[in-house]
Design a binder for this molecule. Structure first.
Ligand code: AP5
Ligand code: ZN
Length: 217
């Protein structure tokens, strides 16, 4: 099964991707997590991406498309995968269609802008695994520490209010057009992208998970 989780920064893509991945045994492919790992390792890609990510802009399409094309050839993608934060532009989506990467479900998690800033200012992450928490809505068992490893949690450098507002603007300009793009494909009976579903991202993490599981059958 191949799934795209579409949604604004802070909509809950990463949170839900972790839960779906465990349930269906398919890997989460988060381009954000992959880029953060590249920045941390100081690879050439990381060096190019670092300042762009810190400012809330998008990393160039050609770099991202190459990264994803390589990732999906791994053996763990044989039964499918879950894209989280990709595609994020029309050229990225077209590159997948051109490469014959058919998608079973595109699911949009919709959260209004006002909610996003509060969510991201309370976000804490476990850097090594990408596991996501919120100081109030999804608190770790021990404050400031990852549930599985006990390691310390960090705040992402792009979660300042100013950068979050910039990321939201970029989302509306460059990523939201994918909603119409995929809806039109699904509505036209295109077998490469047969299903588009929008769910509300407002509610408990568990209630949103239940809605996703219903969509995915
Ligand atoms: P990326 O890492 O993809 O960031 P993003 O899309 O901005 O999304 P987030 O990770 O901020 O949000 P999320 O939807 O995963 O929310 P989460 O589950 O964490 O990208 C980072 C950067 O990398 C980009 O800005 C760009 O520079 C670059 N990049 C990445 N991909 C790229 C691409 N394809 N092309 C070009 N550039 C790219 O949840 C957020 C918070 O809310 C958490 O604290 C969580 O605990 C809490 N929460 C979750 N669900 C709920 C709920 N139901 N109720 C209350 N709180 C909740
Ligand atoms: Zn994320």
């Amino acid at each position: 099964m191949r799934v795209i989780l579409l949604g604004a920064p802070g909509a809950g893509k990463g949170t839900q991707a972790q839960l779906i991945m465990e349930k269906f045994g398919i890997p989460q492919i988060s381009t954000g997590d992959m880029l953060r790992a590249a920045v941390k390792a100081g690879t050439p890609l990381g060096l190019q991406a670092k300042d762009i990510m810190a400012s809330g802009g998008l990393v160039p399409d050609d770099l991202i498309i190459a990264l994803v094309k390589e990732r999906i050839t791994s053996s763990d993608c044989a039964n499918g995968f879950l894209f989280d934060g990709f595609p994020r532009t029309i050229p990225q989506a077209e590159a997948m269609l051109d490469a014959g990467v058919d998608i079973d479900h595109v699911i949009e998690i919709h959260v209004p802008d006002e909610e996003i800033v509060a969510r991201l200012s309370g976000r804490r992450v476990h850097e090594a695994s990408g596991r996501v928490y919120h100081i109030i809505h999804n608190a770790p068992k021990v404050e400031g520490h990852d549930d599985l490893t006990g390691e310390p949690l960090i705040q992402r450098p792009d979660d300042t209010e100013e950068t979050v507002r910039k990321r939201l603007g970029v989302y509306h300009d460059q990523t939201e057009p994918l909603v119409g793009f995929y809806q039109a494909l699904a509505a036209s009976g295109n077998t490469k992208v047969p299903k588009y579903t929008r769910i509300s991202g407002i509610g408990s993490v568990d209630s949103i998970r239940q809605q996703l599981l219903t969509v995915l059958g």
